[in-house]
Write a protein that binds this ligand. Structure first.
Ligand code: NAP
Ligand code: ZN
Ligand code: ZN
Length: 370
């Protein structure tokens, strides 16, 4: 039944009919993940919509999982990109929040049902009907395409105002990496002075997580597989301590010390040693999405009544709140700004953990139309 609804939707959607505006970006077309120029179309700006010219777009590890179909859900061709910063070029007649020339952001979501309990409570990120910024079929029956492209159209509810104090390229990663770490810190009560927070994986999400946690006044310990990252974790990002996950002695010495742990690791890794770092009743919050299931020894949860949780991005109200907080506290990402034709090399480097700490595409200056 559900399948037939989806296929009817697909058939109903002639992209040119529904989406009259020519767009241009970079797409992956198969599981090689190779990205190359791609022409497509987007909808006209509706009465509730904001159209923005993309200036910068961050490269999230989720983009890499997607282009290679590591989660088994990719619909090709896929135009990735959900850390989008741009300038408003058109607004619909009912848009009051934004005007032409405003600097704005679009993150991982471009729609949700708008009427379930989660949506009403401002947790569009928990809505069963969420519409991701790229790679899914939207309510008009056509594919969503992300920010590795010249422009995007999104409902005003899914557009956030970008603080003046944050440089656009350094702030773009906040639209996914920032909210994905801010939201669980807030909802699991880890955003308090005196809390001891563990952050696993010092990558795009991990490095901004340290900065948010320090701004909240928490004590931060990084748990990493890369000994070479220790100095930067402490001197540059402000972590208080650094544990090398495979050094059993270091891990055992820190047992039972942490109130909560945010795990950003993108690959399969052991969870039981992380659970032993928690105080009794502490929680391990998974936000990384490895391509295969992770193993848990029940005893490592049972002993000390520990909790295992997860969290997906964040709601729109929290996304604006996170950006305003980042603007006030000077929180940005460390970025390597790249031209769009460097994308395939950037993806190879991201796959081998060789980025400090987020690639951001200079879309406006390097995406040249054919
Ligand atoms: P990233 O920049 O590649 O960072 C991931 C980090 O994980 C690496 O820097 C590395 O840190 C660690 N790591 C990688 N391979 C490892 C391995 N085999 N064993 C142990 N540690 C390893 O990726 P990201 O953009 O931060 O994204 C991280 C994950 O979060 C991805 O799976 C992504 O899809 C997911 N994500 C989820 C959400 C959500 O809403 N829940 C949102 C955004 C992204 P060290 O070198 O320090 O070990
Ligand atoms: Zn992301
Ligand atoms: Zn909903």
């Amino acid at each position: 039944m559900a399948d037939s609804v989806v296929s009817e939707k697909k058939i109903a959607a002639s992209p040119e009919e529904v989406h009259p505006h020519k767009a241009y970006g970079w797409a992956a077309r198969d599981t090689s993940g190779h990205l190359s120029p791609f022409r497509f179309s987007r909808r006209a700006t509706g009465e509730d919509d904001v159209r923005l010219k993309v200036l910068y777009c961050g490269v999230c590890h989720s983009d890499l999982h997607n282009i290679k179909n590591e989660w088994g859900m990719t619909i090709y061709p896929v135009v990735p990109g959900h850390e989008i910063v741009g300038v408003v070029t058109e607004v619909g007649s009912r848009v009051e929040k934004f005007k032409l020339g405003d600097k704005v952001g679009v993150g991982c979501l471009v729609d949700s049902c708008g009427s379930c309990n989660s949506c009403e409570d401002g947790f569009e990120n928990d809505c069963a009907g969420w519409v991701l910024t790229y790679g899914v079929i939207a309510s008009d029956g056509t594919m969503t395409y992300g920010g590795y492209s010249d422009f995007i159209v999104a409902p005003q509810r899914f557009v956030v105002r970008f603080p003046d104090s944050i440089p656009l390229e350094k702030g773009a990663p906040l639209l996914c990496a920032g909210i994905t770490v801010y939201s669980p810190m807030k909802y699991f009560g880890l955003n308090q002075p005196g809390k001891h927070l563990g952050i696993v994986g010092l990558g795009g999400l991990g490095h901004v997580a340290i900065r948010f946690a320090k701004a909240f006044g928490a004590k931060v310990t990084v748990i990493s597989s890369s000994p070479a990252k220790e100095r930067e974790a402490i001197d540059k990002f402000g972590a208080d301590a650094f544990l090398i996950s495979r050094e059993t002695n270091q891990m055992e010495a820190a047992a039972g010390t942490m109130d909560g742990i945010i795990d950003t690791v993108s690959a399969v890794h052991p969870l039981n040693p992380l659970l032993s770092l928690l105080k009794n009743q502490g929680e391990l919050i998974l936000i990384g999405v490895p391509e295969k299931p992770l193993e848990i020894a029940p005893y490592s949860l049972i002993r000390g009544r520990k909790k295992l949780a997860g969290s997906a991005i964040g709601g729109m109200k929290d996304t604006q709140e996170m950006l305003d907080f980042a603007g006030k506290h000077g929180i940005t990402a460390d970025v390597e700004v790249i031209p769009i034709d460097y994308l395939n090399t950037a993806m190879e480097r991201l796959a081998r953990n060789d980025v400090k700490y987020r690639f951001v595409i200079d879309v406006a200056n390097t995406l040249t139309h054919p």
